[in-house]
Ligand binder design. Structure first.
Ligand code: IMP
Length: 213
């Protein structure tokens, strides 16, 4: 059996500048006596995601924050795999939303990104397989260079038009298996019970925490 390094209560950097992810990770950490601080609160630089896998990118972000703040750091790299698009947008999920939408600089336009996925699916015809899954890789890194990795998934189908106002990113078009609502229509607690992030987080908790405090 693999020996995992345990995480003690105390400060932990959430190595993300994505407010949606930070909010969800904070809620998932709440029962464990952890004091989460986000990388943006500490003005830590955001490393470029140059990896070609979720694990590489999660490790890049976690190590950068762990070194920058001299503290344990948790990073999440996640994305959407669409079966009929051979897994796209996959590791490039965030890139599909890059757009010049704000005055004075680029930003992320999720409606454009969801529309891009829908456009490619509709090119394949009305009977196209609309199944997809979200994947989340969590990397936990210590300042001495040690790291732990955990992966979680949630399966579902893509709907159109987008529905709901909660959540973030592609939530309005993702309907998890067994539910009539999209992630953006579900109560955040219901999303936390079943999401890819919660699945990866359960694995991290079993490996690295003794038990909730
Ligand atoms: P990255 O992990 O920062 O490269 O970004 C992955 C992108 O995947 C996010 O910016 C979101 O658009 C999308 N994504 C990841 N998790 C979720 C989720 O829980 N709901 C909706 N979109 C998500």
């Amino acid at each position: 059996m693999t020996e995992h390094r345990k995480l003690s209560p105390g400060k932990l950097i959430i190595a993300s500048h994505n407010q949606g992810k930070v909010r969800e990770i904070r809620a998932l950490l709440a029962p464990f006596g952890i004091e989460p601080v986000s990388a943006s609160e500490l003005n830590l630089p955001e490393p470029e995601e140059t990896g070609t896998t979720f694990a590489e990118n999660a490790l890049l972000k976690a190590h950068a924050s762990a070194q920058g703040a001299d503290c344990v750091a948790l990073a999440d790299d996640s994305g959407l795999y669409v079966a009929a698009l051979n897994g796209a947008p996959g590791v490039y999920t965030a890139d599909w939303a890059e757009a010049d939408i704000y005055e004075g600089g680029p930003g992320r336009d999720w409606y454009m990104a969801m529309g891009k996925v829908e456009g490619k699916l509709s090119e394949l015809g009305p009977d196209t397989d609309r199944s997809a899954y979200f994947t989340c890789t969590l990397a936990l890194a210590w300042p001495d260079g040690h790291a732990e990795l955990f992966e979680g998934r949630v399966h579902g189908n893509l709907v159109w038009p987008p529905r709901g106002t909660m959540g973030f990113g592609y939530d309005p078009v993702f309907q998890p298996v067994g539910f009539e609502k999209t992630f953006a229509e579900l109560d955040p607690q219901q999303k936390h019970d079943i999401s890819h992030r919660a699945d990866a987080f359960d694995k991290l908790v079993k490996a690295c925490f003794d038990q909730p405090v």
